[in-house]
Design a protein around this ligand. Sequence first.
Ligand code: 3PG
Length: 217
Amino acid sequence: MTDILKAIGALRLVPVIVIDEEENAYPLAQALKAGGLPCAEVTFRTAAAERCIRAMASDPEILLGAGTVLRPEQVDRALEAGARYIVTPGFSAGVVRACQANSVPVFPGVATATEMQMALEAGIEVVKVFPAEALGGLALLKALAPPFSMMRFIPTGGISVSQLADYLAFPPVLAVGGSWIAPKALIAGHHFDQITELASQAVAICQAAPDGAATGQ
Ligand code: 3PG
């Protein structure tokens, strides 16, 4: 397991960020860090994503990833901006190759056993399961995991704080992803103290859970 995987497995939670305003990026990263969550997956869903990654990356203590990476050329842009890992909503062989060529961890999204096998063949050991809740949530993970005992999951999509402990108690789950920690409206409204509070609340649950980097198959 790489250092980045270990760090994510120790935090157990990846805040998924959709942000429009570059000026809010650094305060947001600091708010997450103040809540005990020095980590963010900044999605390439907004025009400002790359600039926001760059602004957040000025604090080296923030473990920054780029999410919603759909095309290989976005990998270079994300890494150039300061991202240290890449997340994709589905499996793209081109994006995976671009990440591997840069020796950067990539967590491709999977929804089926076929996509798990594609990821496995590509040498991936950790996948995002997306959209986790709509696919069947923990029941889906429990059904999907047994043939893939060498792989770990980052379920994301529709997961709320109330479900966090249950997901984290399942050993193949390395970490959980979610946007509830930093909702777009709180970011836009500069309610960074509330984001710190949401992060602290989630971190308390993560700390009570088994260490993701140490558990699993
Ligand atoms: C993602 O991009 O990973 C998801 O949109 C996050 O899902 P959530 O907004 O339901 O937490």
